[in-house]
Write a protein that binds this ligand. Structure first.
Ligand code: MG
Length: 239
Protein backbone atom coordinates (compact mmCIF):
# COMPACT_ATOMS: atom_id res chain seq x y z
CA UNK A 1 0.00 0.00 0.00
CA UNK A 2 1.12 3.54 -0.71
CA UNK A 3 1.54 4.98 2.77
CA UNK A 4 1.84 8.54 1.43
CA UNK A 5 -1.60 8.33 -0.27
CA UNK A 6 -3.17 6.91 2.87
CA UNK A 7 -1.88 9.73 5.04
CA UNK A 8 -3.15 12.33 2.51
CA UNK A 9 -6.59 10.72 2.64
CA UNK A 10 -6.57 10.80 6.44
CA UNK A 11 -5.94 14.55 6.49
CA UNK A 12 -9.18 15.26 4.57
CA UNK A 13 -12.32 16.16 6.45
CA UNK A 14 -15.25 13.77 5.79
CA UNK A 15 -17.07 16.37 3.69
CA UNK A 16 -13.94 16.77 1.57
CA UNK A 17 -13.82 13.02 1.02
CA UNK A 18 -17.53 13.04 0.18
CA UNK A 19 -17.02 15.75 -2.45
CA UNK A 20 -14.76 13.44 -4.41
CA UNK A 21 -17.73 11.39 -5.55
CA UNK A 22 -20.00 14.31 -6.44
CA UNK A 23 -20.65 14.69 -10.18
CA UNK A 24 -21.77 18.16 -11.28
CA UNK A 25 -21.98 17.74 -15.07
CA UNK A 26 -24.08 17.37 -17.11
CA UNK A 27 -26.98 19.21 -15.52
CA UNK A 28 -30.32 17.61 -16.56
CA UNK A 29 -32.49 19.89 -18.68
CA UNK A 30 -35.64 21.04 -16.91
CA UNK A 31 -38.89 19.52 -18.20
CA UNK A 32 -42.22 20.79 -16.92
CA UNK A 33 -45.20 18.50 -16.52
CA UNK A 34 -48.91 18.96 -16.00
CA UNK A 35 -51.23 16.13 -15.04
CA UNK A 36 -52.95 14.72 -18.12
CA UNK A 37 -50.81 16.68 -20.56
CA UNK A 38 -47.68 16.01 -22.57
CA UNK A 39 -44.37 16.98 -20.92
CA UNK A 40 -42.89 20.24 -22.16
CA UNK A 41 -40.26 18.51 -24.32
CA UNK A 42 -42.67 16.04 -25.95
CA UNK A 43 -43.95 16.04 -29.52
CA UNK A 44 -47.75 15.88 -29.45
CA UNK A 45 -49.08 13.30 -31.90
CA UNK A 46 -52.75 13.36 -30.89
CA UNK A 47 -54.05 16.28 -28.86
CA UNK A 48 -55.30 19.70 -29.84
CA UNK A 49 -53.44 19.45 -33.15
CA UNK A 50 -55.98 17.17 -34.85
CA UNK A 51 -54.43 14.78 -37.36
CA UNK A 52 -51.67 17.20 -38.39
CA UNK A 53 -48.90 14.86 -37.23
CA UNK A 54 -50.27 12.00 -39.34
CA UNK A 55 -50.63 10.88 -42.92
CA UNK A 56 -51.91 7.89 -44.85
CA UNK A 57 -49.49 5.07 -45.60
CA UNK A 58 -49.03 6.39 -49.14
CA UNK A 59 -48.92 10.01 -47.98
CA UNK A 60 -51.76 12.52 -48.13
CA UNK A 61 -54.14 13.34 -45.33
CA UNK A 62 -54.71 10.77 -42.61
CA UNK A 63 -58.19 9.42 -43.43
CA UNK A 64 -59.36 8.60 -39.89
CA UNK A 65 -62.10 10.35 -37.92
CA UNK A 66 -61.43 13.28 -35.60
CA UNK A 67 -63.76 14.62 -32.92
CA UNK A 68 -62.98 16.54 -29.73
CA UNK A 69 -59.25 15.72 -29.93
CA UNK A 70 -60.06 12.01 -30.22
CA UNK A 71 -58.94 10.10 -33.31
CA UNK A 72 -60.89 6.99 -34.33
CA UNK A 73 -60.07 4.37 -36.93
CA UNK A 74 -62.17 4.72 -40.07
CA UNK A 75 -62.37 1.04 -41.01
CA UNK A 76 -61.21 0.18 -44.48
CA UNK A 77 -59.16 3.34 -45.00
CA UNK A 78 -55.91 1.71 -43.93
CA UNK A 79 -53.25 2.36 -41.31
CA UNK A 80 -51.93 5.84 -40.60
CA UNK A 81 -48.34 6.84 -39.84
CA UNK A 82 -46.60 9.82 -38.33
CA UNK A 83 -45.03 12.33 -40.69
CA UNK A 84 -41.98 12.37 -38.47
CA UNK A 85 -39.56 9.46 -38.11
CA UNK A 86 -38.31 8.27 -34.73
CA UNK A 87 -35.53 6.15 -33.29
CA UNK A 88 -35.31 5.68 -29.51
CA UNK A 89 -38.43 7.04 -27.84
CA UNK A 90 -40.68 7.29 -24.85
CA UNK A 91 -44.27 7.02 -26.08
CA UNK A 92 -47.56 7.66 -24.33
CA UNK A 93 -50.93 6.87 -25.87
CA UNK A 94 -54.46 6.45 -24.59
CA UNK A 95 -56.90 4.18 -26.38
CA UNK A 96 -60.46 2.94 -26.08
CA UNK A 97 -62.45 0.09 -27.59
CA UNK A 98 -66.24 0.12 -28.15
CA UNK A 99 -68.64 -1.46 -25.65
CA UNK A 100 -70.66 -3.31 -28.29
CA UNK A 101 -68.77 -6.57 -28.71
CA UNK A 102 -71.59 -8.60 -30.25
CA UNK A 103 -70.18 -11.55 -32.19
CA UNK A 104 -66.64 -10.36 -31.50
CA UNK A 105 -64.26 -12.92 -30.04
CA UNK A 106 -60.50 -13.31 -29.82
CA UNK A 107 -58.52 -11.26 -32.30
CA UNK A 108 -61.74 -9.91 -33.84
CA UNK A 109 -62.73 -8.02 -30.68
CA UNK A 110 -61.66 -4.50 -31.52
CA UNK A 111 -58.12 -4.98 -32.70
CA UNK A 112 -55.63 -2.26 -33.54
CA UNK A 113 -51.98 -1.79 -32.71
CA UNK A 114 -49.11 0.62 -32.53
CA UNK A 115 -46.19 -0.26 -34.77
CA UNK A 116 -42.84 1.07 -33.60
CA UNK A 117 -40.78 2.08 -36.62
CA UNK A 118 -43.66 0.70 -38.74
CA UNK A 119 -42.47 -2.83 -37.90
CA UNK A 120 -42.75 -3.85 -34.28
CA UNK A 121 -46.33 -4.12 -33.04
CA UNK A 122 -47.48 -3.53 -29.50
CA UNK A 123 -50.93 -5.12 -29.72
CA UNK A 124 -54.11 -3.19 -29.04
CA UNK A 125 -57.13 -5.42 -28.43
CA UNK A 126 -60.09 -5.70 -26.08
CA UNK A 127 -58.55 -8.35 -23.84
CA UNK A 128 -61.00 -7.99 -20.96
CA UNK A 129 -62.57 -11.44 -20.52
CA UNK A 130 -61.66 -12.25 -24.10
CA UNK A 131 -59.69 -15.41 -24.73
CA UNK A 132 -57.07 -15.42 -27.42
CA UNK A 133 -53.48 -16.63 -27.76
CA UNK A 134 -51.64 -14.65 -25.05
CA UNK A 135 -48.83 -13.60 -27.35
CA UNK A 136 -51.53 -11.81 -29.31
CA UNK A 137 -53.51 -10.21 -26.47
CA UNK A 138 -53.37 -6.52 -25.54
CA UNK A 139 -49.86 -5.34 -24.61
CA UNK A 140 -48.20 -8.34 -26.20
CA UNK A 141 -45.35 -7.77 -28.56
CA UNK A 142 -47.45 -9.40 -31.20
CA UNK A 143 -46.56 -13.08 -31.79
CA UNK A 144 -43.35 -12.55 -29.77
CA UNK A 145 -43.78 -11.82 -26.08
CA UNK A 146 -46.73 -12.44 -23.72
CA UNK A 147 -47.42 -9.55 -21.29
CA UNK A 148 -46.50 -10.23 -17.64
CA UNK A 149 -50.10 -9.64 -16.50
CA UNK A 150 -53.42 -8.62 -18.04
CA UNK A 151 -54.03 -5.01 -16.95
CA UNK A 152 -57.11 -4.45 -19.13
CA UNK A 153 -59.97 -2.27 -18.08
CA UNK A 154 -63.46 -3.10 -19.42
CA UNK A 155 -64.41 -2.02 -22.95
CA UNK A 156 -65.46 1.60 -23.16
CA UNK A 157 -62.96 2.75 -20.55
CA UNK A 158 -59.82 4.58 -21.59
CA UNK A 159 -56.63 2.52 -21.37
CA UNK A 160 -53.10 3.78 -21.70
CA UNK A 161 -49.69 2.58 -22.69
CA UNK A 162 -46.33 4.03 -21.72
CA UNK A 163 -43.68 2.56 -23.97
CA UNK A 164 -39.92 2.92 -23.82
CA UNK A 165 -38.31 1.74 -27.03
CA UNK A 166 -34.65 1.30 -27.84
CA UNK A 167 -34.45 0.91 -31.59
CA UNK A 168 -32.38 -1.88 -33.13
CA UNK A 169 -28.95 -0.97 -34.41
CA UNK A 170 -27.53 -2.11 -37.72
CA UNK A 171 -24.04 -2.23 -39.10
CA UNK A 172 -24.59 -2.06 -42.84
CA UNK A 173 -27.18 -4.76 -43.55
CA UNK A 174 -26.34 -6.71 -40.37
CA UNK A 175 -28.07 -6.44 -37.02
CA UNK A 176 -25.59 -5.24 -34.41
CA UNK A 177 -28.05 -4.86 -31.50
CA UNK A 178 -31.70 -5.93 -31.34
CA UNK A 179 -34.45 -3.56 -30.30
CA UNK A 180 -35.75 -3.54 -26.74
CA UNK A 181 -39.08 -2.44 -25.40
CA UNK A 182 -40.64 -1.76 -22.02
CA UNK A 183 -44.41 -1.34 -21.80
CA UNK A 184 -46.65 -0.18 -18.96
CA UNK A 185 -50.37 -0.82 -19.45
CA UNK A 186 -52.56 1.42 -17.29
CA UNK A 187 -49.46 2.06 -15.19
CA UNK A 188 -48.69 -1.64 -14.71
CA UNK A 189 -45.42 -3.09 -16.00
CA UNK A 190 -46.25 -5.68 -18.67
CA UNK A 191 -43.11 -5.82 -20.82
CA UNK A 192 -39.80 -5.35 -18.97
CA UNK A 193 -36.96 -4.48 -21.34
CA UNK A 194 -37.98 -7.27 -23.70
CA UNK A 195 -35.83 -8.15 -26.68
CA UNK A 196 -37.60 -7.66 -30.00
CA UNK A 197 -37.02 -10.67 -32.25
CA UNK A 198 -37.59 -8.89 -35.54
CA UNK A 199 -40.38 -7.44 -37.65
CA UNK A 200 -43.85 -8.45 -36.48
CA UNK A 201 -45.22 -11.30 -38.59
CA UNK A 202 -48.70 -12.81 -38.62
CA UNK A 203 -47.36 -15.98 -40.25
CA UNK A 204 -43.90 -17.36 -39.59
CA UNK A 205 -40.92 -16.31 -37.55
CA UNK A 206 -39.83 -12.69 -37.15
CA UNK A 207 -36.53 -11.49 -38.57
CA UNK A 208 -34.69 -8.21 -38.95
CA UNK A 209 -33.95 -6.19 -42.05
CA UNK A 210 -31.80 -3.11 -41.68
CA UNK A 211 -33.53 0.24 -41.49
CA UNK A 212 -33.10 3.69 -40.03
CA UNK A 213 -35.43 5.88 -38.00
CA UNK A 214 -39.01 5.30 -39.12
CA UNK A 215 -42.53 6.58 -38.37
CA UNK A 216 -44.97 5.29 -35.79
CA UNK A 217 -47.97 3.54 -37.31
CA UNK A 218 -51.47 2.86 -36.01
CA UNK A 219 -53.36 -0.14 -37.32
CA UNK A 220 -56.72 -0.20 -39.08
CA UNK A 221 -57.88 -3.72 -38.29
CA UNK A 222 -61.45 -2.87 -39.27
CA UNK A 223 -62.58 -1.84 -35.78
CA UNK A 224 -63.62 1.49 -34.22
CA UNK A 225 -60.70 1.87 -31.82
CA UNK A 226 -60.10 5.45 -30.60
CA UNK A 227 -56.97 7.31 -29.52
CA UNK A 228 -56.31 10.45 -27.51
CA UNK A 229 -53.46 12.21 -25.70
CA UNK A 230 -50.63 10.58 -27.63
CA UNK A 231 -47.16 12.05 -27.34
CA UNK A 232 -43.59 11.04 -27.88
CA UNK A 233 -40.23 12.09 -26.46
CA UNK A 234 -37.11 11.48 -28.50
CA UNK A 235 -34.31 9.98 -26.42
CA UNK A 236 -30.79 11.19 -26.94
CA UNK A 237 -29.39 7.68 -26.95
CA UNK A 238 -30.54 7.44 -30.56
CA UNK A 239 -28.20 10.18 -31.69
MG1 MG B 1 -53.24 -5.56 -33.98
Amino acid sequence: MNSHAVSAQETLEPWQQAEKTEVWEPVPVAVSTTEGQAPSDAIVLIGSNGLNAWQGLEGGEAPWSLQNNVVTVKPGTGDIKTKQKFCDIQLHLEWQTPTDVTDMEGQQRNNSGVFLQQRYEVQILDSYNNKTYPNGQAASIYKQTIPLVNAMRPAGEWQYYDIIFTAPRFSGSELSQPGYVTVLHNGVLVQNHVKIQGKTEWIGAPSYQAHGCEPLQLQDHGNLVSFRNMWVRELNTAK
